[in-house]
Write a protein that binds this ligand. Structure first.
Ligand code: G3P
Length: 233
């Protein structure tokens, strides 16, 4: 499973892209509305930073306006994927955009039936929101499992749409998405940072450091080795 970052914050992408674990990003109107500055500049900068697909969302509800916004968002950067909210109009807009060569991420998909329609319309990504399902006491893992099984079993592998797990509220959502076979999870910066943590890792690093410091001559030896390598480089 690939990891995308789910954010509207350029600063957050700058920080986390440096880890080397991001394959793309997703934005949405709510995330962009939290940030200062021009949303187009933010989307372009995020595209430069992650070097992968970056979803930017249309906000209109009628087909013509969705298509017009999608075409316009695509002019921002070649890596922009048009994010379209699920609806009958959204499916129609998706089919039109895809026929013109634009890639679509259909969002707000909450069931296997919606996922099937999304795949048939030609979307590249199907965004299923796990956290929002759990919020209303529907088991998100059950829904994601059904979506993955439905698409992978259907039409002899005809479907190429990738299941993108979104609304990741905690690290366990990310692990569940991977175990269920989602191709992508889009994860907020806060949750990506939570994924770093394990008490045994920090305790282990502290112990390695303390033990090494107990032998000052070893520290000198390593410093010399580094200096020799730097001199020869
Ligand atoms: O990508 C969609 C995601 O950002 C929604 O997350 O936490 O607002 O449900 P949330």
């Amino acid at each position: 499973m690939r990891l995308f970052i789910d954010t509207g914050s350029v600063a957050e992408v700058e920080e986390i892209a440096a880890w080397g674990v991001l394959s793309g990003a997703t934005t949405n109107p709510s995330l962009l509305a939290k940030e200062e500055g021009d949303p187009g500049d933010a989307i372009k900068r995020i595209c430069e930073l992650v070097d992968g697909d970056v979803s930017a969302e249309v906000v209109s509800r009628d087909v013509d306006s969705m298509v017009a916004e999608g075409r316009a968002l695509r002019t921002l950067h070649e890596n922009v994927i048009v994010k379209v909210p699920f609806s009958a109009a959204g499916l129609e807009a998706t089919r039109i955009l895809v026929s013109e060569g634009h890639k679509v991420n259909m969002t707000l998909v909450f069931s296997a039936t919606q996922a099937l329609l999304t795949a048939e319309a030609g979307a590249s990504y199907i965004s299923c929101f796990m956290g929002r399902l759990d919020d209303i006491s529907i088991n998100s893992a059950d829904v994601v499992r059904e979506i993955v099984e439905t698409l992978r079993g259907g039409r002899d592998g005809f479907y190429t749409a990738q299941v993108l797990a979104a609304s990741m509220r905690h690290p366990e959502h990310v692990v569940t998405a991977a175990r269920l076979g989602c191709e992508v999870a889009t994860v907020p910066g806060k949750v990506l940072k939570q994924m770093l943590n394990h008490p045994l890792t920090s305790a282990g690093i502290d112990k390695f450091e303390a033990d090494w410091k107990s032998r000052p001559e070893f520290a000198q030896w390593l410093q010399g080795l580094v200096q020799a390598q730097t001199t020869h480089a």
